[in-house]
Design a protein. Structure first.
Ligand code: NDP
Length: 447
């Protein structure tokens, strides 16, 4: 069988065994496309069912999460934790609370996490979890009761050396606090290494809140410099206005860029004079309001419920909201409007067609598994601090993050070159992330 036929047969089998999970299919298809050139050069990576094992989670948990709302009515949500691969270390990956969550979404995120975590160079495996619970519009006490019920089931399956969850969409500091409190109560001990993204007074790390957004901009800056450009003076579009978007916008502006647009699921705001990050944070993190409030309160900003943020003229685009938010038409518009660099703060925000357009139009593109790895990398630094009962300064932790992001850029860049695909960061990131995990899996036998 040729390598092409071999890879197609793995993929067809995966489609059959994981029907109705399009996001998972999409994530696997992209990685398998990159792996063809690895298998041509080093066929031993197909030995011992390695590729099939890599695409099959080690364990998938699905559980009932009953809780009582403020009216005394019982609500039932579904909880997930997919422990995908622990060859490099304990499962590590966030929890997402959003009504769109289903098993396929958690599997796509868990699969991506394997390669992302491997790229950080730190000893962490890949996992992901969450629930179809929607924190929007819920009272503080409802969110707390939900988190307590969710953790009552999950606590049996996680631990410092086993599986270490963190935040993601809908799970920020508040939710991590409620989850940690319930874990501590059930475990009967203060095991700080069991979750990351904790509050600073009880085992959290400085920079973890900022890490994904900052890391995305550090990597983008490296990519821009490699192609003779710089963040300073650039016009940048940032989609979303959550944790990743806010700190990506802050760091980009600190480096001299102007962030000309931000968004949420209700629309987008044009901010030609830049974003007032403190105001945005207050509206989104404290007041938990919609993005139109930002336009009402900030000078020169306009809200648009229609159209797309990707229609703005810019140099750089940082999609930081959610999967498949940027399609082929958006990518063509970005190219026509002068965008030369795209880096994914979110997980898989660009559709396969959009990525194809970036290639055709010569747009330099950094995939999420590299560009947003700063969050999980800093989570691993939080784990290091917990293990040594230490807490590092903001400057030191930020320096470590910066170094990790620079190294990820060099690794994916060098790997792409090694395989004859200079500048193709998708291929470089997939292959580099794969090889480290695959070598560990081969060394550890068929398990
Ligand atoms: P938040 O919940 O803090 O923010 C998410 C933002 O995206 C909000 O502005 C939200 O708008 C918007 N959004 C969510 N779903 C949709 C949708 N269907 N359509 C349009 N906008 C949407 O999440 P994060 O910032 O933590 O996560 C954003 C992305 O980054 C996700 O893909 C996540 O997996 C990824 N990521 C996050 C990391 C982290 O450390 N937090 C680490 C690595 C990746 P609204 O409020 O209207 O829903």
């Amino acid at each position: 069988m040729s390598i092409d036929e071999q890879v197609s047969s793995y993929y067809n089998m995966l489609l059959k065994r994981n029907a109705g999970e399009p996001e998972f299919h999409q994530a696997v298809a992209e990685v398998l496309a990159s792996l063809k050139i690895v298998l041509e050069k080093d066929p031993h990576y197909a030995d011992y069912g390695l590729i099939q094992r890599l695409c099959e989670p080690e364990r998938q948990l699905i559980f009932r999460v009953p809780w009582i709302d403020d009216n005394g009515v019982v609500q039932v949500n579904r909880g997930f934790r997919v422990q995908f691969n622990s060859a490099l270390g304990p499962y590590k990956g966030g929890l997402r609370f959003h009504p769109s969550v289903n098993l396929g979404i958690i599997k796509f995120l868990g699969f991506e996490q394997i390669f992302k975590n491997s790229l950080t160079g730190l000893p962490i495996g890949g996992g992901k979890g969450g629930s179809d619970f929607d924190p929007k519009g819920k009272s503080e006490l409802e969110v707390m009761r939900f988190c307590q019920s969710f953790m009552t089931e999950l606590h049996n399956h996680i631990g410092e050396y086993k599986d270490v969850p963190a935040g993601d969409i809908g799970v920020g500091g508040r939710e991590v606090g409620f989850l940690f409190g319930q874990y501590r109560r059930l475990a009967g001990q203060h095991e700080s290494g069991v979750l990351t993204g904790k509050g600073l007074a009880w085992g959290g790390s400085l920079v973890r809140t900022e890490a994904t957004g900052y890391g995305c901009v550090y990597l983008t800056q490296e990519m821009m410099r490699a192609h003779g450009a710089d963040m300073s003076g650039a016009k940048v579009i940032v989609s979303g206005s959550g944790n990743v978007a806010i700190y990506a916008a802050q760091k980009a502006q600190e480096l001299g860029a102007t962030v000309i647009g931000v968004s949420d699921s209700s629309g987008w705001v044009h901010t030609p004079n830049g974003v007032d990050v403190e105001l945005l944070r207050d509206i989104k993190e404290n007041r938990r309001e919609r993005i139109n409030c930002y336009a009402e309160e900030a000078d020169g900003a306009t809200f648009h419920a229609d159209g797309t943020i990707w229609s703005l003229e810019a140099d750089v685009a940082l999609p930081c909201a959610t999967q498949n938010e940027l399609n082929g038409d958006h990518a063509r518009t970005l190219a026509d409007n002068g965008v030369r660099f795209v880096a994914e703060g979110a997980n898989m925000p660009s559709t396969p067609e959009a990525i194809e357009v970036f290639r055709e139009k010569g747009i330099h593109f950094a995939p999420g598994k590299a560009a947003n790895a700063g969050g999980v990398a800093t989570s691993a630094l939080e784990m290091q601090q917990n293990a040594s009962r230490d807490s590092w300064s903001f400057e030191y932790t930020d320096q470590r993050l910066h170094k990790i992001m620079s190294k990820i850029f060099r690794t994916m860049s060098r790997t792409a070159e090694e395989y004859g695909r200079e500048g193709d960061y998708v291929t470089g990131a997939n292959i580099a992330g794969f090889k480290k995990t695959a070598d560990a899996m081969l060394a550890q036998g068929v398990i």
